[in-house]
Design a protein around this ligand. Structure first.
Ligand code: NAP
Length: 325
């Protein structure tokens, strides 16, 4: 994957635009900003490539009738952004001062000043929050089936969740696991019909509804030995013997570092103005835009993230033009 790395000294010039995040929102913003000759700098963030980089087959991104692997799609976008002059930096944001213009960013690779900022920091996997779950992350507990599924060849595992992510993980994990038990806390599923039907039809997937995980067993042994489950209707508890637990229970927006600098909603998403993707601090913060999952609680699709990345870049370009650049 092409990566033009600025080694350390980001402060050589004030940038026209800096893009935080390298998922499909950030990379689409980079393609558009680069083609507008804004020479964008992309700070690649904690999870370079974003959620697509840890997914498998993407079947609903227009243009690939047979589907495309998530990492390949991201790789293509990155090459496309690089071709038009995007610079990539393996760094993430520590803090930002949106009060001073140009904006001052403190990053893990140094300070950078920029006239416009496009926030595309995405969202990260959510956890149940059980102490036993946290103790066993990397020892049988995972939020990434494509990263860790391989380790469970011929072994029984559980997937938690009732949305498309959980279905996708469960289906993917059948390649390795001897059996996948999908645990969902409610009777009804949030997943799309097609994904749910695939999971229901799979001989190696068992779906259990109205079931929550109370504890992951195996903390002392430092490997997952099973799950203590509870039926939410009857209160009955039981033990499920599995070697792994995968979480597919949604995501949290990566926006904590903007607290106090731009407005976040009650769930921590960046508040944006519809259609123009401007951010706010009481009033609009001119020159700071947000796109993709960090500001989208409703659609959260690769294509909508890309679309909003395009919009944010066009808005940044318009803003710079209006301010004489
Ligand atoms: P989601 O649709 O928000 O579903 C999260 C699921 O996890 C829900 O069923 C929820 O239960 C459950 N959950 C949340 N917190 C929980 C907790 N603490 N304990 C137990 N269960 C919990 O998230 P998602 O599945 O990640 O999907 C997000 C978006 O991406 C959706 O728009 C989806 O369509 C899309 N997506 C699409 C694909 C695809 O098309 N291939 C693949 C993945 C994701 P409740 O239902 O009870 O709230």
């Amino acid at each position: 994957m092409p990566s033009t790395i600025d080694t350390g000294n980001l402060m050589t010039e004030t940038r026209d635009t800096v893009i935080l995040g390298s998922g499909c929102a950030g990379l689409t913003a980079a393609i558009y900003a680069a083609r507008a000759n804004l020479k964008p700098l992309v700070l690649e963030g904690h999870e370079p490539g974003g959620q697509l980089s840890i997914t498998t087959l993407v079947e609903n991104f227009p243009g690939w009738p047979e589907g495309i692997q998530g990492p390949e799609l991201i790789d293509n976008m990155k090459k496309q952004a690089a071709r038009f002059g995007t610079t990539f930096q393996l760094a993430h944001l520590n803090s930002v001062d949106t009060g001073a213009h140009p904006f001052r960013l403190q990053t893990t690779a140094g300070e950078v000043h920029t006239r416009t900022l496009i926030i595309a920091s995405g969202a990260s996997a959510r956890w149940l929050g059980l102490p036993s779950e946290q103790a066993l992350i990397g020892h049988g507990v995972s939020s990434c089936a494509t990263c860790d599924g391989f380790f469970f060849r011929g072994r029984p595992i559980a997937v938690v969740g009732g949305g498309d992510s959980a279905m996708e993980e469960a289906l993917f994990l059948t390649r390795f696991a001897s059996k996948v038990t999908l645990l969902h806390r409610r009777p009804a599923f949030r997943a799309s019909k097609i994904m749910l039907e695939r999971a229901l039809a799979h001989p190696n997937i068992e779906l259990r509804t109205n079931t929550v995980v109370d504890e992951v067993l195996g903390v002392e042994e430092q490997e997952v030995k099973g799950l203590r489950l509870r039926d939410v209707n009857t209160g009955d508890t039981s033990t499920l013997a599995v070697d792994g637990m995968f979480l597919g229970i949604g995501h949290e927006p990566n926006a904590k570092m903007f607290a106090g600098q731009i407005d976040l909603d009650a769930d921590g998403y960046v508040r944006t103005t519809e259609n123009v993707l401007t951010t706010h601090r009481g009033v609009i913060v001119p020159g700071v835009f947000a796109c993709g999952d960090v500001q989208d609680r409703r659609y959260r699709q690769a294509i909508t993230a890309s679309g909003s990345g395009c919009m944010a870049a066009l808005e940044a370009e318009k803003y710079l033009e209006e301010h004489g650049r």
